[in-house]
Write a protein that binds this ligand. Structure first.
Ligand SMILES: [Zn+2]
Length: 328
C-alpha cells in the first residue's frame, strides 16, 4: 500500500522536505542491525506480578535488560483462555439483559495525569499542547489515517491532571510508588483510559496493563512525557509510544510475541517475527513462515518514523477485547 499524504504530513516533523520512503532508506544507511539489550539476553523472561499483566516498550540500546514484563507462553495461554471466558460471560449477560448490541465504534474518554517533580520542563512540566498533539496522534493512528487498517476507536481528552510529587518521579515500573500513584489518581470505569506521564525508570518509553475482567487500580498506560509529539526523546518523539501502549491496553501483544512458532501474537495477518526490530531495518525477515517482518507495525519496537499501522486482524482483536472487557 502506498503512503498516504497524511502520513507524510505527520511524519514531516524533524524530517524536513523528505518523504517516508527517503527516511526509510536514510535510516538504513549506517544503521547496524540493532544489537539491543533485549536480544543480548534472549533466554530471560521477566515475570510480572500476576495481577498486573503489563507490557512495555523499550528503546534501542536502552538500559533495560529486557522488557519488564514480556509475556511467557504460559502467560499468553492464560490470557487467551481468559478472553474466551470473558466473551462467554458477556454473551450470557447480554442475552439476559435483552440482547444489547455489541459496540462497533467506540469513543474512549482519556484522563491524563502529568507527574512532575517540580515546575520545570526537566522536572516533567510539559505543555498542554503536547498532550493535545498526543490525542491527535492516537486519533490518526487508530483511524487508519497514517496507513493500515482503521480501528473502531477514537479518543477524547476529558481532563489533564497535574500532580507535583517528587516521591512519584521518576515513575518506577513495578514499584510501590507506582501502585500508590495509580491508587490515588486513577479515574473512571473500565472504559476510561488513564495515562500517566513523566520521567520513567530504566530508559523505558512506556508500559501498559492488559484488560482484566475485574477493574484494577493499576489499569492504564504509563508513557515517557518527552515521547509525546514535540518531546526531546530523539527518534521516539512523534507520539507512537502512546499508540503502542494503548494497543496493549486494548489487548494487543507485540508482533514478535512467541517468535516464529505457535500462535505468535494471536493475529493472523501480522507475519511472524523472531525478535523485536529496532531502528528501521530494511529487508528484515526473521522467520521461515511467509511474510517480511512487520517492522512498520505499531506493536513492534522500531523508531516512531518507521511505524505507522495496525492490521485488520489487530483491529478486530482490539474490538473483541473491548466488548469482552471494557464495554459498559
Ligand atoms: Zn510493548
Amino acid at each position: 500500500m502506498g503512503l498516504r499524504p497524511d502520513l507524510l504530513t505527520r511524519r514531516a516533523a524533524g524530517v524536513a522536505s523528505t518523504t517516508l520512503a527517503l527516511l526509510l532508506s536514510t535510516a538504513a544507511v549506517g544503521v547496524v542491525p540493532a544489537a539491543s539489550a533485549f536480544s543480548a539476553a534472549p533466554g530471560e523472561a521477566c515475570v510480572e506480578p500476576a495481577d498486573v499483566h503489563a507490557d512495555a516498550r523499550i528503546k534501542a540500546g536502552g538500559a533495560a535488560r529486557h522488557e519488564p514484563n514480556e509475556l511467557t507462553l504460559a502467560e499468553t495461554r492464560e490470557r487467551e483462555a481468559d478472553l474466551a471466558a470473558a466473551l462467554r460471560e458477556r454473551a450470557r449477560f447480554r442475552a439476559g439483559a435483552g440482547a444489547s448490541t455489541l459496540a462497533a465504534t467506540v469513543t474512549i474518554p482519556v484522563v491524563v495525569h502529568v507527574i512532575q517533580e517540580n515546575s520545570t520542563r526537566a522536572g516533567g512540566n510539559i505543555p498542554d499542547s503536547m498532550i493535545t498533539s498526543q490525542i491527535n496522534v492516537l486519533n490518526q493512528s487508530y483511524s487508519g489515517a497514517t496507513g493500515g487498517a482503521a480501528t473502531a476507536f477514537s479518543f477524547q481528552l476529558q481532563k489533564i491532571n497535574r500532580v507535583t510529587n517528587p516521591a512519584w518521579y521518576p515513575i518506577v515500573q513495578g514499584s510501590s510508588a507506582e501502585r500508590s500513584m495509580k491508587s490515588s489518581l486513577r479515574e473512571g470505569g473500565k472504559n476510561t483510559l488513564n495515562v500517566y506521564l513523566g520521567e520513567l525508570s530504566n530508559d523505558l518509553l512506556g508500559w501498559a496493563t492488559f484488560p482484566q475482567r475485574k477493574l484494577s487500580s493499576m489499569d492504564g498506560v504509563v508513557v515517557l512525557s518527552e515521547s509525546l509529539p514535540g518531546g526531546t526523546a530523539a527518534n521516539y518523539n512523534q507520539g507512537d509510544t502512546g499508540t503502542h501502549e494503548v494497543g496493549h491496553w486494548l489487548n494487543l501483544y507485540h508482533t514478535f510475541q512467541g517468535g516464529c512458532s505457535g500462535q505468535g501474537d494471536g493475529v493472523s495477518d501480522t507475519a511472524a517475527e523472531a525478535s523485536p526490530a529496532f531502528q528501521c531495518p530494511t529487508g528484515r525477515d526473521t522467520c521461515t513462515a511467509p511474510g517480511a517482518d512487520p517492522i512498520t507495525n505499531f506493536m513492534d519496537y522500531t523508531y516512531d518514523s518507521c511505524m505507522y499501522q495496525f492490521t485488520a486482524g489487530q483491529a478486530s482483536r482490539m474490538l473483541t477485547a473491548w466488548n469482552a472487557y471494557r464495554a459498559a
